[in-house]
Design a protein around this ligand. Sequence first.
Ligand code: ARG
Length: 457
Amino acid sequence: MWGGRFAEGPSAIMREINASIPFDKALWRQDIAASKAHVAMLGAQGIVTAADAQTITEGLDKVAAEYEAGGVPENWDLEDIHMTTESRLAELIGPVAGRLHTARSRNDQVATDFKLWVREAIDEVDAGLEALQKALVAQAGTHAASIMPGFTHLQTAQPVTLGHHLMAYYEMIARDRSRLADNRERMNRSPLGSAALAGTGFPIDREMTAKALGFDGPTANSLDTVSDRDFALDYLMAASQCSLHLSRLAEEFIIWASQPFGFVRMADSLSTGSSIMPQKKNPDAAELVRGHAGRIAGCLTGLMMTMKGLPLAYSKDMQDDKPPVFEAHGLLALSIAAMTGMVAESDFKTDRMRQAAEMGFATATDLADWLVREGDIPFREAHHITGAAVKLAEARGVALDQLPLADLKEIDSRIDERVFKALSVEASVAARKSHGGTAPDQVRARVADARAALGME
Ligand code: ARG
């Protein structure tokens, strides 16, 4: 394809280090689509004849059918998917195939193909995340009033509802989706027609190819266009942040499924056994989601390192852009599917969660708040009084609301029998009805908002 000025062919090592076909064959659909848009434009502009444009278009359809049927024959001499497609086209339709590359370079071609691929990846991830949100919202609706301990420092803090906890992840995923939507909009400009780096002297119509490929219009600067991989980095950043959320959710399931917690029974379909310990049921899927988050972040930092020192415009380093994006996308798509199944199919042990909420003095803040409200005591003093009550309950091995009133009165005479109402875990969550709080009514309201946003009714 470029041998005109060379006396010798490349060495075996050159061929091997240069070949991107082993991975960029994944771009074949995008490569065909971009070539068809390009040749239609060349025909419309009279840069190639209508007859040649038609021959080339039909040839590209045949190549596509071959890819579809049998995959890509990997010939390292052909370097990449672009040369592979063009070479097969030439075999099928003869020398007219050579007109396809008029007013185009592999530099704008690869940027176009890759953008199309990333755009689809965004859409696929977004659909997966929507399904995950629906699973979260369904469980949250069921468990709007199921009480569990809320933690800070993984120490029992205050009672919350399971619905509230699950809806926290709904919010994280909503931010992930908005990040992806934002990336999609920013990237949706067509590189095609930037040619090698400087544009072209042929009278091309970049609006036409942009429109044909679903872009909002052409990019503005040819040098920037062929050396821009921000769209890939944006995707990897969004994927990394999303994978952090999935990893944190996975971690919660791992903790909740452990025997000392016993908050959840994971679906058999997403667990594995042990070859030696018959009683074991291991949360491997959740652990792998947690592990994959590290690999996805590695893909992001990898591509950042590839790009950081490159002068304008294209350099071959940029061929290394695809493996991290492909890898991260595969890992992310699987992680989303695994977490969706885990959320939808887990059996939450609400009795056990409630019991745990009743232990650990989760309503201590409610006692302090009661003293402030009913006794007009400054919060700091109320905190101190409550600390004494917790100390006594701990010494006796009982819950706060099991302390006799007489003992509470000894700690502070302003306490009376009405306090017991505030000390139950139900009263505790019901009281937290500030906007976005854990009260079941608040959770139900947020679930209703989410259902409407997801079109679930
Ligand atoms: N396979 C190359 C890549 O993925 C295509 C662009 C090649 N351009 C070039 N000037 N050699 O980046």
